[in-house]
Ligand binder design. Structure first.
Ligand SMILES: Nc1ncnc2c1ncn2[C@@H]1O[C@H](COP(=O)(O)OP(=O)(O)OP(=O)(O)O)[C@@H](O)[C@H]1O
Ligand SMILES: [Mg+2]
Length: 259
């Protein structure tokens, strides 16, 4: 199962990804969680121990490695470099593992539009493609508000894209934009997931203002998300309610996969 999580900034993508990761790990799946945020924080949301996180470097910042694999220095454009560098060894070499979850940080590439071609973007694209097409684990991709890391070739490999929305017009507006981009890539199985829900009214708002996507599930507005952040542990461990909601989402995903 390959799941991409996207949505407007700050809606709760990383929180949802961390909850899904633990839910799936507890069901004995091998989980590969990818942090595609320019400023990585999935490791913290997962409550990975500090000593594991300090040793992690986002792939996009590994200048030497990018040079070695693509034949060009990051930050350069116009020269010759490999568009399909070798990446198969990277997920195991540069990730951290904790409680059955393997996590990898991609880091950011300053993309000059969808057509940007530079060594570091070639590297990340190859890596994401490799992970989606060749790795056997359950893959969770914590993205930002967009589908940059996905291309036509990889859109097919994503079993579901979860667009996280708060009960606000703005976050639903972003969901619509994401949906249009995803449709361009012919991605199937897009769903909304409600986040920071305070009651039925919030859920109704999301349903009534959805850009035509089903709501797969939702997460309550829960003060324990912040508490977990402050204590350096995962929300999954602090909030049985959020853990239960994540489980329901996983169950729905499994149902959809079978149909
Ligand atoms: N279910 C929730 N209940 C209460 N607060 C939440 C919930 N989910 C997320 N938050 C809070 O909202 C903020 C953003 O959460 P999170 O980092 O998961 O969002 P994000 O979409 O990944 O953000 P970014 O776009 O910056 O990556 C955090 O301060 C977090 O504590
Ligand atoms: Mg995030």
């Amino acid at each position: 199962m390959k799941i991409a999580v996207t949505g407007k900034g700050g809606v709760g993508k990383t929180t949802l990804t961390s909850l899904l990761a633990y839910t799936l790990a507890d069901q004995n799946y091998q989980v590969l969680a990818i942090d595609a945020d320019p400023s990585p924080c999935l490791g913290a949301a997962l409550g990975f121990p500090e000593e594991l996180l300090v040793d992690l470097t986002p792939i996009a910042r590994m200048d030497e490695l990018i040079y070695e694999r693509t034949g060009a220095k990051p930050g350069t454009t116009g020269g010759y470099f490999k568009l399909n560098p070798r990446v198969d060894d990277l997920p195991d070499r540069f990730s951290a593992v904790h409680r059955g979850i393997r996590m990898l940080e991609l880091g950011s590439v300053k993309l000059g539009g969808a057509g940007c071609i530079c060594p570091e973007s070639a590297m990340l694209r190859s890596l994401v493609t490799h992970i989606l097409l060749r790795r056997d684990e359950v893959v969770l991709l914590d993205m930002y508000a967009g589908v940059e890391h996905l291309g036509r070739a990889t859109a097919d490999a994503v079993d579901a894209m979860l667009v996280v929305v708060e009960p606000t017009a703005r976050s639903l507006g972003t969901a619509k934009q994401i949906m249009d981009l995803a449709n361009d890539l012919k991605m199937k199985h897009l769903f909304l997931v409600g986040s920071k829900i305070q009651g039925d009214e919030d859920l109704h708002f999301i349903r009534n203002n959805s850009p035509g996507l089903d709501v797969l599930g939702s997460l309550a507005d829960d003060p324990r998300v912040r508490q977990a952040d402050r204590e350096g542990i995962s929300a999954y461990d602090l909030s049985p309610e959020l853990a239960a909601s994540a489980k329901e989402i996983v169950e729905k995903l499994e149902q959809y996969r079978q149909t």
